[in-house]
Design a protein around this ligand. Structure first.
Ligand code: AMP
Ligand code: ZN
Length: 142
């Protein structure tokens, strides 16, 4: 556990949280900032800083729980869709450095949350085959 980590403190129970799910390796609880009602976070109990350095088996367990919470948001909260999101590192918007997956129920165009992917006007200048080659050679084993 990381001593200053707010999510580790939730795991050990020194900070309260509205817990939705818990097993040996994973817990899920409501995000303190409910962007939409039911916004949940799923985290491994072992501290890893972010998505990119979390062991795959643990990540699979986290994603399994994220999927089940998304299904519950559809079934029980009558969500019309779900955003699954993990910000990795500060430039990507990560503020708590303990790997987590956001599971955000969506209720339609007026649900107060906007996640927008803008078209990149620079695309014409990009060397797409080179990008593919770089990414292929940077991928590690399964
Ligand atoms: P991120 O910005 O992707 O790192 O997300 C971190 C999330 O953790 C934010 O959405 C915060 O609202 C949430 N958060 C921070 N502290 C707490 C807390 N004590 N309990 C529940 N959620 C929290
Ligand atoms: Zn932690």
């Amino acid at each position: 556990m990381a001593i200053q980590c707010v999510f580790c403190k939730i795991i050990e129970g020194t900070i309260p949280a509205h817990r939705i799910y818990e097993d040996l390796d994973v817990i899920a609880f409501l995000d303190i900032n409910q962007t939409t009602p039911g916004h949940a976070l799923v985290i491994p109990k072992t501290h890893y800083d972010h998505f990119l350095n979390t062991p795959k088996i643990l990540m699979n367990q986290v994603m399994n729980v994220a999927q089940r919470i998304g299904q519950a948001q559809m079934q029980m909260l009558h969500a019309k869709g779900v955003n699954i999101l993990s910000n990795a590192l500060q430039p990507a918007g990560q503020s708590v450095m303990h790997f987590h997956v956001h599971v955000i129920p969506r209720f339609g165009p007026h649900d107060q949350l906007k996640i927008e992917m803008l078209h990149n006007s620079q695309k014409a200048n990009m060397d797409l085959p080179m990008l593919v080659n770089q990414l292929k050679s940077g991928m590690h084993e399964k």
